[in-house]
Write a protein that binds this ligand. Sequence first.
Ligand SMILES: [Zn+2]
Ligand SMILES: [Zn+2]
Length: 336
Amino acid sequence: MISILHSIQDWAVNFFGLDDLIKIIRSGDYSTFRTLKGILAIVAPLFPILLLMEFLMACLYRKLKMIDYKISFFSYVLNMAIGRFISIAMVSYCIGLFSPHALFKSAFTWYWFLYGYVIWEFAHFIYHFLAHKIRLLWCLHSTHHAPEQMNLSVSYAHFFLEAPYADLIRTSICILMGVDPPVLFLIMFVDGFWGGMIHIGETLGKRARCGPFYRFIMTPSHHRVHHGRNPLYMDTNFCNLLNIWDRIFGTYQPETDEVPIEYGITRPIQENSFLDAYFGEIVLLAKDISKAPGLKNKLLYLVKPPGWSHTGEHKTASLIRRSYLKSKKDLETLGK
Ligand SMILES: [Zn+2]
Ligand SMILES: [Zn+2]
């Protein structure tokens, strides 16, 4: 019984990110709170506390549907068992492998932090863009897009191999571009925190546009757009905190009041099925590959965007969005 209580306590300390905070309090050296380490120890539990608050508020307003948390919850449990460890191993491996080939060496200063963040955001854009545009990688990423409601728990909805894939791309690019590993870890912390916060649901943040910052950063509103399956919103807003790369690569899309966001992926998902959200895309890819004639077509299914078909009847996100924008433009021209 006592060992079960200890396990629950360990899990709670881990889930709420309280480890460092407890260590500092136990040491009695409160001056640590004035250092970066102390500040990070205070910030770490904020996200899980907000998640809990959002959950409790949904209960209070009688809006809570356990089903909205199902995909996230099971993904969290699965990833806790394996995904996290592979991801940490991948980061260490990439740092060791690419550090000797870095373009130059940088240091732990505020300006190298800013440089590192722009590079990180670029690397994040690349990982995320490819995750939407290459069918095999979409199989890893689609779990995150499966939930049809938005709340903070969605930031836990990931296929277990997605984090190692993301870390392979992001860590390799940053290390090769000379980002100092301690700076990289700080960036990962900020990115992880904000990456969770942008999933805030309407219970805690109705419009969540962050006032004047809307123009410069990726707000929850922008990320809600990214989770939209509406033709206008598909495959847009790939950045996480800074929106510069979406603006440069033409994938920036603000939320518009005329198009209310419909969350989820375009294919019908078996209602309330975690297994379909987690493995559904892999099953569909395997079916397409087995039906495709010839080795070339089979291989193309792996690397072409979701919606590509060997018959030529493509239904990719780019085609759907382009045809939506064209018909909207045609209607506007007719109206003039
Ligand atoms: Zn995505
Ligand atoms: Zn998301």
